[in-house]
Design a protein around this ligand. Structure first.
Ligand SMILES: Cc1cc2nc3c(=O)[nH]c(=O)nc-3n(C[C@H](O)[C@H](O)[C@H](O)COP(=O)(O)OP(=O)(O)OC[C@H]3O[C@@H](n4cnc5c(N)ncnc54)[C@H](O)[C@@H]3O)c2cc1C
Length: 408
């Protein structure tokens, strides 16, 4: 097995390193070493620096603002940014660049690509995800948001929920029901809608962590032009699923770098708490180390499949299932090491740009409880629950019989 990268990818690594050396402060410790507000401002400024230097959307074609590079260079970029302890982009760019941008590259019309992709990279537009509804989560194909054609406009009525960072979005991509008579996986259309469209209202939801990260989105007679449909009308399920593949598996090869850094912090916590020689703790840490290594090789496997096939298949579910379940075990171990301290929040609340905590952040109870424990809990729910990932793997990789459907 040859795990070395191509000469082109290594040349790109040298370019990224030169960029980082020229743009990061000499005494740079990592985003987590900055104070709360300072970290947030720095991360926003850093995103602009990345955009202006052509380090966002690097796999997109050059004519839309990208660099025309491959997923391998994307991985190299992720590796170098992680090592340099800087974020790839803002948290909301997960839905903006990774999900919608990449989906438009694949499914968008020429006009849509020219119109939206450069605005995504520049930060003028920020897209959020409008998939889930009160009655459609795991069973996403049950979406009810009603879309009726009126001349050259679609008129939307209904509700979305759990829209992450909805208050930061300038636009939302939606799954709408355009044919009530078709089987439920047909009759769905993928649409683009500016948040400022009359009749659209975003309401924040305050969560257990005290922040208003989620939103409900209400749509009443919202009118959008037919040009805002991505992919064929009534075939939005295919577009929706290729986007979900990106959400679940895109970072499979770079995530283990963050998980490794996170595990090192837990090992440090064990040292700080005088538990590092406890054989049971050592055994559990060793188990975590093995899992991180397995994720690293799984990441290479997924990357190989992407480079070969040009897209992610059901393999994306393996990675999602693996890291989200591992993360909960590690979070529980960290809580146990913190002991009674875990009931008292101390230190600053980290500004999360990573799946893991920010490099350089203090090993405080606040940082572990907010970023780590709470996020680890939600990891097995968002982007499709563990049960749904297992269903996908059973049906699409193992070839087991399909689940009975009530209307398909
Ligand atoms: C942090 C976070 C961020 C999110 N961000 C967004 C966002 O930006 N945009 C968006 O649209 N949505 C978002 N979501 C919503 C997310 O996609 C849904 O929560 C998820 O798909 C599960 O749907 P549900 O909550 O309705 O649970 P349900 O579908 O009601 O599931 C409840 C339970 O039943 C189980 N279950 C359901 N069906 C089956 C089955 N067929 N077989 C076995 N078990 C089953 C589930 O696994 C789960 O344990 C987010 C969720 C979280 C936690």
């Amino acid at each position: 097995m040859d795990l070395s990268y191509s000469p082109e990818a290594e040349a790109y690594r040298a370019k990224v390193r030169a960029f980082l050396a020229a743009n990061l402060p000499a005494d740079w410790q990592g985003l987590g070493a900055l104070a709360g507000d300072e970290a947030e401002e720095w991360a926003d400024r850093w995103r602009d620096v990345m955009a202006k230097n052509g380090f966002l959307g690097i796999t997109w074609p050059k004519e839309y603002g990208g660099q025309g590079l491959t997923k391998l260079e994307q991985v190299v970029l992720g590796e170098e940014l992680a090592r340099a302890r800087v974020p790839q982009y803002r948290a909301v760019d997960t839905t903006n660049i990774k999900m919608l941008g990449n989906t438009l590259v694949k499914w968008g019309t020429e006009e849509q690509k020219q119109k939206y992709l450069p605005r995504i990279l520049s930060g003028e537009d920020t897209w959020v995800q409008g998939y889930s509804e009160p009655e459609a989560g795991s069973d996403l194909a049950s979406v009810h948001l009603k879309a009726e054609l009126d001349g050259d406009e679609w008129v939307l009525n209904g509700q979305k929920i759990w829209t992450s960072r909805g208050m930061e979005g300038t636009a939302i991509f939606l799954l709408a029901r355009t044919d009530n008579t078709a089987a439920k996986h047909r009759g769905i259309t993928f649409m683009l809608c500016p948040i400022s469209t009359p009749g659209l209202e975003v309401r924040p939801i305050r969560t257990l962590t005290g922040v208003e990260e989620f939103c409900e989105v209400f749509l009443t007679d919202v009118r959008i032009p037919v040009a805002n449909v991505v992919g064929p009308v009534n075939e939005g399920w295919k577009v929706a699923n290729s986007l979900l593949g990106l959400e679940r598996g895109e970072e499979a090869a770079t995530n283990p770098i963050y998980f490794k850094a996170e595990l090192e912090r837990v090992i440090q916590l064990a040292r700080d708490k005088g538990r590092i020689n406890d054989p049971i703790i050592r055994d559990r840490l060793a188990w975590c180390h093995m899992k991180v290594e397995m994720m690293r090789f799984l990441g290479y496997r997924i990357l190989t499949a992407v480079l070969r096939d040009g897209a992610l298949g059901p393999e994306a579910s393996i990675s999602k299932l693996f890291w989200s379940e591992y993360h909960q075990v590690l979070a529980d171990l960290a809580m146990e090491l913190l002991g009674p301290e875990a009931t008292v929040r101390e230190g600053r609340r980290p500004y999360k740009h990573y799946r893991a905590d920010e490099p350089g952040a203090a090993n405080s109870s606040n940082s572990w409880i907010d970023v780590f424990l709470m996020n680890a809990r939600s990891g097995t729910v968002y982007a499709g629950t563990s049960e749904i990932q297992r269903n996908i793997l059973a049906e699409n990789i193992l070839g087991l019989p399909k689940e009975p459907q009530t209307n398909s």
